[in-house]
Ligand binder design. Sequence first.
Ligand code: ASP
Ligand code: MG
Length: 595
Amino acid sequence: MPLVVQKFGGTSVADSEKILSAARKAIRAQQEGNQVVMVVSAMGHNTDQLIDLAGQVNETPPAREMDMLLSTGEQVSVALMAMAVHSLGHRAVSLNAAQLGIQTDSSFTKARIRTISPERIRKLLEAGNIVIAAGFQGIDEDLNITTLGRGGSDTTAVALAAVLHADACEIHTDVDGVYTTDPRQLPEARQMSRIEYGEMLELASLGASVMHNRSIEFAKKYGVPIHVRSSFSDTRGTLIASQSESETASVCGAAMTRDEARITVQGLPDRPGVSHELFKLLAEHKITVDMIVQNIGQEERADISFTVPKSELQSAKQVVQTAVTEIGATGWTHDDDVSKISVVGAGMADQTGVAQKMFRALADAEINIQMITTSEIKISVLVEKSQALAALRAVHSTFGLQNTPTDAATWDRLPERTASEADLQKLVADLQAADMEQLSLSDIDLAEDQARMTLSGVPDRPGLAADVFDAVAAAGVFVDMIVQSYDGFQGETSLSFTIPRTQYDDCKAILDSLAQSYSLRKVSASREIAKLSVSGIGMRSHTNVAIGMFEVLAANGINVEMINTSELRVNVVVEGSSGSRGLACLKQQFSSQLN
Ligand code: ASP
Ligand code: MG
């Protein structure tokens, strides 16, 4: 019999009416011939209220007690949901994490799921019950209650769908699907019919609050199709699975992260290990570092810029001050009036001119780009906060995101999860044996066919990046990594990018002529660079990957020239002659996590 997991978020169970209406949906799914597992969040703003209450008693409540407290929210809603199903004349049993057998590690308030034992759920389902599972919570080895982090009920739902090999995982929420950008910010945003896991992962981590990003990591890892839909209607929502909405579109969505802060550390000694020391310190203080841009060293010194959420700037400043003294940098600056605008799309991995199009749209809107980083399926720029909305609109419209792509893939039914009974048994056994949320790396690669171009002393005004990449694209050069840093020099930035080595001479000639007409300070280039990458799922929620890379490269005397990070991959550029040695170091460092 088909099995569906239906998750209802806080707004979908905010009052008794809504609880009854969710119960009706589950009963309907059961009557249509499915076994039904509901995963329920705490009612409305219950979790926020509990956090607030805790703060009134203790400014820094012990994490263990926090989880004891927060898990009560979900316990209330599962019990009420079961009562609601009963009142409608059907059978239901509510279960908390211990009863569900959701085992996690002991990192209170951000625990990771280790194993789930599905036997009890299966028995209850077979006896005709709707099983109502408490989202967000787990128990550790010592039976302490843990929670999975804010929004964690999504992760519970997808994890249960994976172990139960559910045919569908429906996320019932207060929006009717995934949009090309947040419709509250841009009314022209469009609901997508479907989106690919990697794209959703990037958008979720950019703050598209539709889903908890760890739940998407799970879904990708175990191939669980997710249907995000409105709990207040029956219309079809968005399918998150392994296929993009369009085969030809380069970009599927755009996002704005409004409250960012930039920190630039100037005059870092340009030697191996420096960035590692800085980021290790920041990680030790649990500061979430986002865009990292390091420019090419000049006179043995380099600048490094990165962004942190504005709310973490205060603590970041203290750490940076210490780091600057320890490392011997010349100084540092910060700006807390910046926002990040990003575009995401699986299609950009093999298309040219995507970055150029984004930069041109920003230039036409007279928006200055302060920093740029790119990864395989994402381009992010930092702009002045007052221009963020205009920038988002310009970018959304230049990629025509408001219009349904002409080749948009529609869907009538969820992708079928065809597996023999034996395969299924094996999958369940594997899942139970495995640490479900362990970091799993898929590849460690070395690319030695690239070259680097760097423009220094670039006037920091709108349009330059667009002009540079227009000229480069016109010559048919395929640009890969792009980073633009915020320079130590007043009013100037520097821009580096990588290209295929075979196009080195053509590209260098273009830049030399641009340098003249724009009076740029310097064009430098390197024919021999090596790009090292580590890819997998959960690269950012396991922040130690990037740090581990810096650490082992530094320990082996290998200098990192460029960096970029995404949800699925961390890339670093090093000198060409260090490529194969770098690869060997990384393989050694990460071999136990490779699968
Ligand atoms: N109740 C928890 C929260 O508000 C978990 C969830 O809603 O997914 O974060
Ligand atoms: Mg929620």
